[in-house]
Write a protein that binds this ligand. Sequence first.
Ligand code: SF4
Ligand code: MG
Length: 322
Amino acid sequence: AEPVLRLQDLKVHYPVRLGHGFGKSMLRAVDGVSLDIGRGECLGLVGESGCGKSSLAQAVMGLVPVSSGRIALNGREDWGADRLARARMVQMVFQDPFSSLNPRQSIGQSLGGPLKLHGVTNRSEREDRVATMLRKVGLNPDAAGRHPHEFSGGQRQRIAIARALIVEPQLVVCDEPVSALDVSIRAQIINLLLELKDELGVALLMISHDLGVVEHMSDRIAVMYLGRIVEEGDWRKIFTAPAHPYTRTLIASIPDPARPDAGWERLRGEAPSALAPPAGCAFHPRCAQAFGACRAGGVPEFTGLADDHRARCHLLTEGASR
Ligand code: SF4
Ligand code: MG
């Protein structure tokens, strides 16, 4: 079947001013990403802040221009002026539910507006669907008559999720959906997304800097570093047989007393800027296992490790001949 989302060699580059007298440079936010998300599947996209995951999300939503490569939603690439059909196909949940909801609109208006836009002209039908959706996200239908400031952060994120799902999209892009929330309610929101994914068959692109957040809901995980995917695979393989040194450090840095670090090094130093990515393997300045080819060679190509598991690391191809 056609994947819900297919990215082929996607590049999102921005011209950036470097300050007075320094001219301009190209920020290679997304630098050649190919990914598929199947129907009803959850792909966890993980990496540090600045790795390009939000730019990737914005490109999928049509919010930033694509420099090169392809984005196909349901096999369709050219959505042109058909923004309404595109918005019906793919919706987004943002990090901060307070700034993503209009404070002057009631929850009923916030959820009913998109329905009206998408052709549900009958008012009582809209009200019914708003009430049903509010129940699905664990809220009392009375919430429809209230305003965003009357709700807690977790409740507002439930409302934002309801608004994303009410037009029955096939894909929801969630960019750090729990990182602005209290630690104590993060699991509730993650479980809610998981339940809704199973119940509604919607595909999810779950973006987080924290591998622990996507662990329990992802079918597959892709790890991103400085604009590129460095490892991708079935979530169990990522956790039981991580092949890229960066993935291992991300696993080791998940706060979990039940999972000792097992000797892997914590991440060393800051992520370099995507304005001036290191030559060779971009991870080499921070990699405890770097060797000659990592600095002098090219960008590591993907090595297939199993049916649904691949990684970009010279150790996987040249490790034996070191
Ligand atoms: Fe480390 Fe080299 Fe592998 Fe890059 S290619 S992750 S520097 S071992
Ligand atoms: Mg971000």
